[in-house]
Ligand binder design. Structure first.
Ligand code: GLU
Length: 483
């Protein structure tokens, strides 16, 4: 069961979607009364602004929306929240249990927008209007490592193949069936895409189809999964609107996307969710998950104590510790750094750490050192970029981060964004650049891999340690507001 399933258990304080529909209906009635004498009904956008709520229907998945350790999160959620902020209204998110329900909700006007990693398909375009694409994905056939790798749709014939009902994957299989009449599959609306991946990983199902973005995130948790081949060329992902003559909300979304594309916010959100998945060592994941079970329990209380001492999430500290030493208190590097958090003798001395080999002391020292790095990152750098820059500083030294920020500024980038600073760090290996900086040469590639790995470890730990907070509501659906 995926960690976002915790989303099915919602705090009572969160507004329910039904309430919103009620509010919308009452609001609509009031508006109707108010406008009885007016010729033109207000546009959808005006209604949304007057009622102060944007209703977004989504899916509960790692690429869309889920409850993380700090509350509602997810790529689509962040995008929708930004749009609601832009409109000056509250966001209300509703995640029904199937893709069919997502599509119906927006088609029937129960939601203003469907933001659910939806592919633009011809069938859908008959009753939905798609906004500007913000991602391109490929449909990947997924199999389990160790099983024969299928090379074409013909190889899927005679095997168990399951996809989501009403998905773009099911639509594609229908087209392929004309060419491969023996191709058979099950289309289910009782599972989420991650559950299909889990079934393949656990050898309960031969094959499934997943969007490339989803696979990129989920394979961290299921390292035995492999992509066999693409079912079709890349296809666009976009928000879906109801297909009516009222284009007010749609036009506002078009303007919103062109703005966030131009000012780099879209790239920042993409980086936030997918930035760590590019260079990740998937084979290493298996060992990591094993080490979480076997080694972490011994160290977790110390990470938690250090978290209490510094206010840094213990899971992030544990992720740093894993990247540094694989939680080995006797780890030692050729440069003389030692212990779980790999402190130098000088740093340990500055922090008053007497014995770097002692895991408790090392963890506390590492946490304090990381806090210091965080505090030294300038105030204008906000989360999560602040954490990523502090991690890079932990690895390469804060002076080089200051230098990379300078270079970023010089190159016209934004020194407050990790995505831009990250691009400048490798320049610290080039004389042309490092000769102009205060702290000189640095192995600028190294912190990139370091930060990316820690982010992946952190996200796996979040997944494994997330627990449902209460019980499922009686409809089995999730609602949340951004407030
Ligand atoms: N892009 C897919 C669709 O539109 C989403 C479903 C999935 O990721 O499984 O159907």
């Amino acid at each position: 069961m995926g960690w976002w399933k915790a989303a099915r258990s919602i705090p009572a304080s969160i507004l329910s979607f039904a309430t919103s529909v009620f509010v919308r209906l009452v609001g609509a009635a009031a508006l109707a009364l108010l406008l009885a004498t007016c010729a033109q009904p207000p546009s959808l956008l005006t209604q949304i602004k007057q009622l102060g709520v944007l209703r977004v229907v989504t899916r509960n998945s790692p690429t869309t929306f889920y409850f993380g350790s700090h509350g509602p999160t997810g790529f689509e959620y962040d995008l929708a929240r930004l749009f609601a902020e832009d409109l000056g209204v509250r966001l209300e998110v509703y995640a029904p249990l199937s893709l069919t329900d997502v599509l119906d909700a927006v088609r029937d006007g129960y939601a203003d927008i469907a933001a659910a990693g939806l592919s633009i398909t011809r069938t859908r375009e008959q009753h939905l209007r798609f906004g500007p694409p913000y991602q391109y994905v490929t449909q990947k056939v997924i199999y389990r490592y160790g099983e024969p790798r299928p090379d074409s749709p013909a190889d899927l014939v005679g095997h168990g193949l399951m996809v989501l009902a009403d998905s773009s994957h099911a639509a594609r299989l229908e087209v392929l069936q004309e060419q491969y009449p023996k191709l058979k599959w099950t289309a289910s609306d009782a599972v989420e895409s991650e559950e299909l991946l889990a079934q393949v990983a656990h050898a309960d199902l031969d094959y499934t189809v997943a969007d490339s973005n989803e696979f990129a995130l989920d394979r961290r948790y299921y390292p035995e999964l492999r992509a066999a081949f693409d079912l079709k060329p890349p296809e666009p992902i976009a928000w879906a609107f109801r297909r009516t003559d009222d284009l007010s909300l749609y036009n506002a979304a078009v303007a919103f996307f062109s703005r966030i594309r131009a000012d780099g916010k879209l790239a920042q959100i993409v980086e936030r969710y997918y930035g760590a998945s590019d260079d990740f060592d998937y084979v290493g994941t298996r060992t990591f998950i094993h080490d979480i079970k076997t080694l972490l329990p011994d160290y977790q209380p110390w990470f938690q104590d250090a978290a209490e001492n510094t206010g840094i999430d213990w899971r992030l500290l544990a992720a740093i510790g894993y990247q540094e030493s694989h939680w080995d208190p006797h780890a030692v590097s050729p440069t003389g750094v030692r212990g779980v958090m790999m402190l130098t003798l000088g740093t340990a001395g500055d922090l008053g750490i007497e014995n770097r080999i002692n895991p408790e002391q090392s963890i506390l020292g590492g946490a304090q050192y990381f806090s210091l790095m965080k505090a030294r990152i300038p105030d204008e750098v906000h989360e999560p970029d602040r954490t990523w820059m502090a991690l890079a500083a932990y690895n390469v030294g804060i002076g080089h981060i200051f230098d990379a920020r300078e270079i970023t500024r010089e190159r016209g980038g934004n020194p407050n964004r990790w995505i831009d600073v990250r691009a400048s760090l490798p320049l610290l290996t080039e004389k042309k650049w490092y000769s102009q900086t205060k702290y000189g040469y640095a192995r600028g590639e190294q912190p990139l891999i370091y930060v990316a790995n820690i982010r992946s470890y952190y996200s796996i730990l979040n997944w494994i340690t997330s627990q449902p907070k209460s019980t499922t509501d009686e409809t089995g659906t999730v609602t949340a507001s951004s407030e």
